[in-house]
Design a protein around this ligand. Structure first.
Ligand code: FPP
Length: 236
């Protein structure tokens, strides 16, 4: 029965940050302006998560499919992510944030890969908030990579279980998200944490990501606190 009582504050919140382009278009601005404002919303949300006592925050910053956008948009997004990392890392480290990257980081090139790895190493001992950045991430690719890892590890087919399979996923050691938020009014999971979100509560808000504030984050947590999570079971 204890498992059926929801924790009031979600331990892990995952966010599909959507609507940067529409935010810019509504103002007659180039898309990059929306992404720039989106980076500010990332900063606000990390602070809000710390404030609210959330322990894991996963942000979908760049999907496997985002490589199909025009090259100038891909390079704008890459620039913003690099810039964010460089300008925020000291502060995040001081605040006790541990950075974890999931996704095909190598696709961003050797320099960024090295930088991301250094940031992960530097913050590895922090435990106040684990900030998981999904970069060139796709849920299906994660599952296929996990299956390959399990095979390479020589695990016998019958020894692979729902309990040990997650240990091969990119999110090894990170609890499944309790709450999955998507901004901008779209109601899709878009190849995000497919395995991990099996029992996540979903919250769709019409707010465009650049407009997302600490107050919107708090409202999402309030909504979560009212949900009854059963994980497929039935309350006694
Ligand atoms: C969706 O907006 C958002 C993204 C493609 C990625 C999110 C990127 C950021 C928040 C900027 C920088 C990131 C970090 C980590 C500092 P969209 O372009 O798909 O919007 P649209 O659907 O309105 O066109």
């Amino acid at each position: 029965m204890a498992d059926l009582i929801p924790l009031l504050v979600p331990r892990h919140v995952a966010i599909i940050m959507d609507g940067n382009g529409r935010w810019a278009a509504a103002r007659g601005l180039p898309r990059v302006a929306g992404h720039r404002e989106g980076a500010k919303a990332v900063r606000r949300t990390v602070e809000a998560a710390i404030e609210q006592g959330v322990r894991y925050l996963t942000l979908f910053a760049f999907s496997s499919e985002n490589w199909q956008r025009p090259p100038d948009e891909v390079s704008d997004l890459t620039f913003l992510m690099k810039h964010y990392l460089r300008s925020e890392l000291d502060e995040m480290h001081q605040q006790g944030v541990q950075l974890r990257i999931i996704g095909e980081r190598e696709r961003f090139g050797p320099n960024m890969t090295t930088e991301l790895e250094a940031a992960e190493r530097r913050t590895a001992g922090n435990s106040r908030l684990t900030l998981v950045m999904a970069l060139s991430y796709g849920g299906r690719a994660d599952i296929v990579a996990a299956a390959r890892k399990a095979i390479a590890a020589g695990i016998a087919p019958e020894a692979l279980t729902e309990e040990n399979f997650p240990g091969f996923l990119a999110t090894d050691g990170i609890p499944d998200p309790d709450l999955l938020i998507r901004t901008s009014g779209e109601r899709r999971i878009s190849n995000f944490l497919l395995w991990q979100a099996a029992y996540s509560e979903m919250l769709f808000t019409p707010v465009l990501w650049p407009d997302f504030t600490a107050r919107d984050f708090a409202a999402a947590l309030e909504d979560y606190a009212t949900r009854e999570r059963r994980f497929g079971a039935r309350p006694v």
